[in-house]
Design a protein around this ligand. Structure first.
Ligand SMILES: [Zn+2]
Length: 267
């Protein structure tokens, strides 16, 4: 932007945003992100962006072209990350095709927050006491994630009817990409944990023979399992989302995503 343009262009941007011609970040979206990730973000005066405490700027709305769901998964900006509202209530029916709230993730945002390399990620890892099995789970302490996981375990330990769902962790930190993609898994950042579930509700869309871009039949037993839904509620109350609410379902997977479910991120 040259000097002559500076004032008029800024003014034009403001006018356009006031009249909804540009879908820049709403104040509520920005305050939600700030509240969700207080250790990483600080208030920013930069329009259409959030700013890390180290001064890095992350554009909120990158004006992405309309593309397929698959393309959007690979190129998500912060706006698309918040676009699909994560349902707070148990699902009454299978998620609609490509309804995957939480699977759209801005890769640069999470990389900078949790670490771009395994050694950077490991700097934030702590060993959480997981009360249901009196065992330990490695988890990132960034933004209170590890503390939130420990609280989930404490809330579940006195529920004997739920132990079958949460007493066998399958893994948390795992420096890897999502199966069949170049995208980093949230396990790589140490903010996701899987559990061995009873066979009837232990499902991952790719294990079910489903392919990207095609409708995938949702496992009916998952919707009917009220005890599993109780477990999910406890996780959600501490800032975790559950992969069982995705069309591309991953019922064993819980991930710390307070920007989708936290109290400052009302839906
Ligand atoms: Zn997982």
């Amino acid at each position: 932007m040259n000097r002559a343009c500076l004032r008029s262009c800024v003014a034009l941007s403001l006018i356009l945003s006031l009249f909804g011609q540009r879908s820049w970040a709403s104040p509520s979206a920005l305050s939600c992100l700030l509240a969700a990730y207080p250790e990483f973000l600080k208030s920013s005066s930069v329009a259409n962006a959030v700013q890390s405490r180290q001064g890095e700027v992350f554009v909120f709305d990158a004006s992405l072209p309309t593309q397929s769901h698959q393309w959007r998964l690979d190129h998500a900006d912060l706006k698309s990350q918040l676009e699909q509202a994560y349902p707070r209530e148990p699902l009454a029916e299978p998620p609609a095709v490509d309804f995957d709230p939480g699977r759209l993730r801005s890769a640069p945002f999470f990389e900078r927050m949790y670490g771009k390399t395994l050694s950077q990620v490991q700097e934030h890892m702590v060993s959480v006491h997981w009360a249901p099995c009196k065992c330990r789970i490695q988890f990132s302490k960034r933004n209170g994630a590890a503390a939130a996981l420990e609280k989930v375990g404490q809330a579940l330990v006195d529920r004997p009817e739920l132990q079958i769902y949460v007493s066998r962790p399958l893994g948390s930190l795992n420096w890897r990409s999502i199966q069949g993609t170049q995208r980093r898994s949230m396990h790589a950042y140490g903010v996701a944990v899987d559990f061995h579930l009873p066979k009837s509700v232990h499902h991952y869309w790719q294990w079910s023979g489903c392919k990207s871009g095609t409708a995938c039949p949702y496992p009916a037993a998952v919707l009917k399992d009220e005890r599993l839904q109780e477990v999910v509620k406890v996780f959600e109350s501490h800032g975790f989302i559950w992969g069982g609410k995705w069309h591309h379902f991953d019922t064993v997977h819980f991930e710390f995503r307070p920007e989708l479910i936290g109290p400052a991120c009302g839906q």
